[in-house]
Design a protein around this ligand. Structure first.
Ligand code: AMP
Length: 480
């Protein structure tokens, strides 16, 4: 374990701008970083034209070899912020040899969920595609054999969930003795999920002389303590207020008695469909049973629905997720297994059927929409028994949620909550907040007609909209 680490306070971190030669100088283009043309080519193929703020700040620091404690909102381009410089740093060590000995694990990325591991691995494979570096992912719930084969063949960048990695370490199919860079992604979640003992066992097998990068959307007291024990003189990289949701997410709450929530969801979907919004809804529930029940009920109501929760096999989870991403399923009802890491570009709307027990989970749930600068709506259905949870969320967000009547509401509001709170329509939105855009929940005539006019592809699926303008300060060219 590292000794006597010192954590820079945000005030000690390099300022937003910085001088031209500071590692934090404003970066207008990926070509401003010292990145190899092979990496720049892969970035261009992704269609990214401008680094997001977390990328602009973190990439130069990671390249210098310093430890990083990164706080960034969900969906801000965090993954590329650490993967791109890792590829750059490992490039001189890459080899075209087929020998496994020439491909030891040099970078390890640990994530709390299978879905997040898979997503990070997909990014890593994309960004390193023109190099000889190899990437692999290992997580539980699926056959170990293909993972064993990949590990035996040799891989420089390994992305893993802690439990399955420990299985591979136990059976000696993975060896961490040459790891130079360790990334703890969504570190707060790893703590929540009780991964600390597993983390400790894994970290004990990694050389002390290494670079450690710790990323988290929320930064609690526990995370700061964890950072103290694993990081050495880290630079704190912060791009947004801590414990905040992206400003591109428009939030609204409806007061609905719990027995009316399912009908309220149907009504919301109906109204939004009429207003021209795409039919893609991620709906969060707190329990596996509640998740399965709601999914069945919505299906009966004529909405193509899938369920995603921990009782499903990994195969089922992957199939359901793919069906949701491709538009075969219109509503995905999920527990918090989908609250983190799930990245569906231009996901228009998240509905909280119930408020989560932890306010931080609320931020992660609604972070599934409004990603990478696209706009999104987060709708919370709140009944009187959830008052305390709502208070906690508002305390964490440092703002009150707008309470609006349901679209075509025949439903009795949850009475105890209406007292002292306005149930008037959402007030008109403020001017766009730079660098994010802001869109009201109510469909504006323009938004509706644009959405209605959106062409469909042969599969009958509305194609994902290109990200327009300076998104989060990062942007992507029109995708093909
Ligand atoms: P992440 O926070 O890493 O999950 O990224 C969220 C989304 O932002 C993903 O869909 C990425 O493909 C996208 N993204 C990452 N970097 C950029 C960039 N520089 N410009 C536009 N989109 C980006």
């Amino acid at each position: 374990m590292n000794s006597a680490p010192e954590v820079n306070s945000p005030a000690n971190s390099p300022p937003n701008g910085g001088s031209e030669d500071s590692p934090n100088a404003p970066v207008a283009a990926f070509t401003d970083f010292a990145l190899d043309p092979l990496i720049l080519k892969a970035i261009a193929e992704q269609g990214y034209t401008t680094p997001t703020p977390i990328q602009a700040k973190a990439i130069p620091i990671v390249l210098t070899g310093q430890d990083v404690m990164g706080a960034a909102q969900t969906g801000t381009g965090k993954t590329a912020a650490f993967i791109l410089p890792i590829i750059q740093k490992l490039l001189p060590l890459s080899s075209s040899s087929a020998s496994p000995a020439r491909h030891p694990i040099r970078a390890l990325v640990l994530t709390p969920t299978r879905e997040l591991s898979d997503q990070v691995a997909e990014n890593a494979a994309n960004y390193s595609r023109h190099t000889d570096l190899r990437t692999a992912v290992v997580f539980g719930g699926v056959d170990m054999q293909p993972q064993v084969a990949a590990l035996r063949a040799g891989v420089e960048i390994l992305i893993a969930t802690p439990g399955r990695l420990l299985d591979h370490l136990g059976s000696k199919t993975a060896n961490l003795s040459q790891v130079e860079i360790l990334v703890l992604d969504e570190a707060d979640r790893m703590l929540d999920m009780g991964f600390l003992p597993d983390l400790q066992r894994i970290i004990n097998l990694i050389p002390v002389k290494r670079q450690t990068l710790l990323f988290s959307a929320t930064f609690s007291h526990e995370i700061k303590k964890l950072a103290q024990s694993y990081l050495r003189n880290p630079v704190t990289v912060e791009v947004a207020r801590q414990n905040a949701a992206a400003d591109t997410v428009t939030q609204v709450a409806h007061l609905v008695a719990s027995e009316n929530k399912q009908a309220a969801i149907v009504s919301i979907i109906h109204e939004r469909t009429q207003a021209g919004f795409p039919r893609q809804y991620l709906i969060f529930t707190n329990s596996r049973l509640g998740c399965a029940r709601l999914a069945r009920a919505l299906e009966r109501d004529g909405i193509k629905t899938g369920a995603l929760h921990g009782d499903k096999s990994q195969g089922e989870r992957t199939l359901t997720l793919d069906a949701f991403k491709s538009g075969v399923i219109e509503a995905l009802v999920a527990t918090d297994v989908a609250a983190r890491g799930l990245d569906i570009p231009d996901m228009p709307c998240v509905i909280n059927h119930e408020l989560p027990f932890s306010a931080e989970d609320f931020i992660h749930r609604i972070g599934r929409t409004g990603r990478a600068g696209s706009k999104g709506d987060a709708i919370a259905l709140v009944d009187s028994s959830e008052k305390r949870l709502l208070d906690d969320i508002e305390k964490l967000l440092k703002r009150q949620l707008d309470i609006a009547p349901l679209p075509a509401s025949d439903f009795a509001p949850a009475k105890a909550l209406t007292r002292g709170r306005s149930t008037k329509s959402v007030p008109p939105p403020k001017q766009p907040v730079d660098p994010f855009f802001y869109q009201p929940y109510q469909a504006s005539p323009k938004a509706s007609s644009e959405a209605a006019a959106e062409p469909m592809n042969e599969a009958g699926i509305t194609p994902a909209k290109p990200l327009v303008g300076a998104l989060l300060g990062g942007s992507r060219k029109k995708s093909h």
